[in-house]
Design a protein around this ligand. Structure first.
Ligand SMILES: [Cu+2]
Length: 351
């Protein structure tokens, strides 16, 4: 075979090129810690793609560069000599159709089986509700005394089923270390299953651009031992009614996502800061100036579009807090008034 030596060299170069490309890809796109049972299979699939991509890249680039360098025209060769012309090569065409087809099928089956595995229910899974809103997360534990939390606390090695929805626009739940990701859609419920394998602190960040403060839609995710989880449940279940109103106000402001838009310390977010708000004079969009008292705050929370703070648009603040508060208050047999607690808390930020 006339070109046998060339093919042998090219084959060796392709192997070397594939390895170099793979090592580069793996270091540039290094994956974060894998902290869930779902992660292993996903990472393997990911690596499978990287290996294939590296090989294809080397295959094309090595043939190309080798031909350009080795078969270039030498100074002593005439300029008008052309190479042989080929038209079609049935054997080659069959090969380059069948092999990619098989690869696509293999990856398709691999991916489908992995997905089936990841979404399969587990007998002893626990359910946690996840609610996304502009621009915060809320986690509810219906199987653990109805705790509501602004951080997601998970017992290690415990399969969990997240039941997720959004109260406004599309959001997406994503903890990179768990690898899996799921959109939250208003009016629909979607599930995501995770079994965390490593204790530690993570973050969930919204992975679906959802408005002004999308980039700040981040919550803590803590994976803890079973004992620590029990302790957390115990501690979180102590009736919120026993706290001081001002502490309750702080808790509600996190639970209902107010802190996604209002800062207690002057930081500018999508809504006016609460620092120094109470007792100040606010310029309204209508041109009027009003003194911020209890009544103004109550009205601003229950009917946000009624007295618009100048410089802020309408319909940014959720319009349904009255209902949401009533639902939550029902859990405490009317022992607490969320709106009163919030007012006391906002007032405390002006002292
Ligand atoms: Cu979001």
């Amino acid at each position: 075979m006339k070109y046998g030596r060339h093919f042998a060299i090219v084959a060796v170069l392709i192997v070397i090129g594939s390895i170099v490309a793979y090592v580069l890809l793996e270091s540039i796109y290094a994956l974060p810690l894998a902290a869930s049972e779902e992660a292993d299979g996903i990472d393997a699939l990911f690596r499978g793609h990287f290996i294939l991509i590296s090989f294809l890249f080397a295959l094309v680039v090595v043939f190309l560069l080798y031909s350009v360098v080795v078969f270039r025209r030498r100074p002593d060769e005439p300029e008008d000599v052309e190479g042989d012309h080929f038209h079609g090569h049935t054997g080659l065409e069959i090969v380059w159709t069948i092999i990619p087809l098989m690869l696509v099928v293999v990856f398709g089956v691999w991916g489908a089986r992995l997905l089936t595995d990841i979404i399969a229910p587990d007998e002893d899974e626990i359910t946690i509700n996840v609610v996304g809103q502009q621009w915060s997360w809320r986690f509810e534990y219906p199987e653990h005394g109805d705790i509501t939390s602004d951080e997601l606390v998970l017992p290690v090695h415990q399969p969990v089923r997240l039941e997720m929805t959004s109260i406004d626009v599309l959001h997406s739940f994503w903890v990179p270390e768990f690898r899996v990701k799921q959109d939250l859609v208003p009016g629909q419920i979607h599930e995501l299953r995770i079994t965390p394998t490593d204790e530690g602190d993570y973050k969930t960040r919204c992975a679906e651009i959802c408005g002004t403060s999308h980039a700040y839609m981040i919550s803590d995710v803590r994976v803890v031992s079973e004992d620590d989880f029990e302790a957390w449940v115990e501690e979180s279940s102590t009736s919120i009614a026993e706290l001081e109103p001002v502490e309750r106000g702080l808790t509600w402001s996190q639970q209902f996502g107010c802190t996604g838009c209002h800062s207690p310390d002057g930081t500018a977010l999508a809504g006016p800061t609460w620092q120094g708000l109470f007792g100040s004079e606010v310029q309204l969009a209508s041109g009027e100036t009003v003194l911020v008292d209890e009544e103004y705050i109550r009205n601003s929370i229950l009917m946000p579009n009624d007295q618009l703070h100048a410089g802020f648009g309408p319909n940014i603040m959720p319009q349904n807090f009255e209902e949401l508060f009533a639902e939550e208050e029902a859990k405490y047999d009317g022992e607490v008034s969320i709106i009163d607690d919030l007012i006391v808390y906002i007032q405390s930020l002006s002292e």
